[in-house]
Design a protein around this ligand. Sequence first.
Ligand SMILES: Nc1nc2c(ncn2[C@@H]2O[C@H](COP(=O)(O)OP(=O)(O)OP(=O)(O)O)[C@@H](O)[C@H]2O)c(=O)[nH]1
Ligand SMILES: [Mg+2]
Length: 294
Amino acid sequence: MSKFGTLVMGPAGAGKSTFCSALIQHLQNNKRPCFYVNLDPAAEEFAFEPDLDIKDLISLEDVMEEMGLGPNGGLIYCFEFLMENLDFLTDPLEEVTEDYLIVFDMPGQIELYTHVPILPGLVKTLMHGSLNIRMCAAYLLEATFVIDRPKFFSGTLSAMSAMMMLEMPHINILSKMDLVKGQVAKRDLKRFVDVDVDLIDDDPSRKVQTEEEQKKYTDPASTDNLMSGASFHKLNKAVAELIDGFSMVSFLKMDVQDEHSLSAVLSYIDDAIQFHEAQEPREPKEFDVDVSME
Ligand SMILES: Nc1nc2c(ncn2[C@@H]2O[C@H](COP(=O)(O)OP(=O)(O)OP(=O)(O)O)[C@@H](O)[C@H]2O)c(=O)[nH]1
Ligand SMILES: [Mg+2]
């Protein structure tokens, strides 16, 4: 028997927990059972009470206080502790049946998705151990990043890093779409959804108006403004080309207030983990045939 789950990841404040709540509500509306796992040892409030909460094992607050660590070091400590006490996570998950979607709400510290090798170990346990959970990563990036193109490309790079590190089915999501509605033309948005490298060259915030600005943007030695000079542009262009070369990065647009939008995201997750293929076929009642009448 397989189990099914989604690992909700992304930078701090990307809307992960809000998405988890909206997804759980959407599953409930569609009469689908869900098992909610909070893996953020700093999370405080939940719209839905988690079925399993890492804070019952270890909390970031306690670690910071007792070990004298900062928030990032503390988080790594919490995950190392979880890895040493994996039964806490795996035992309750053993009981979850194949009709459930297990939703893992992850913390926002980017270190976890880039260079610390803890998550690959955790994912391996969940997917390839006796639990045999078919998993899909849902990586959230805030849609407001599209207004600041270098920020969007660096966020995309972090999504790519998680994608390569975890080696599992992966979807990227532009969250908080309500915040950019009316601010970005549909045509432009399309170029972010299917990432277009030329966005870096067409950046309106780099529109050259004076001769002096022209010099700043084209002179590689310009240090007037490190975040808008020629070297910074060159770096962003190189990052964008790297993303383009990888040619596997695209985004789904998501508005958590919109059921259609949630339904579309869930369909992608279901497809990636082949959820429906594994379910027992259930005949709708009206098609039941009374054999004795024939
Ligand atoms: N406008 C808008 N705000 C949102 C949306 N999703 C989340 N937010 C807000 O963004 C903030 C962060 O949301 P969370 O869901 O806590 O984000 P998170 O990624 O879980 O944050 P961390 O766990 O701290 O990394 C909160 O103030 C939310 O109310 C959205 O779709 N639209
Ligand atoms: Mg959260």
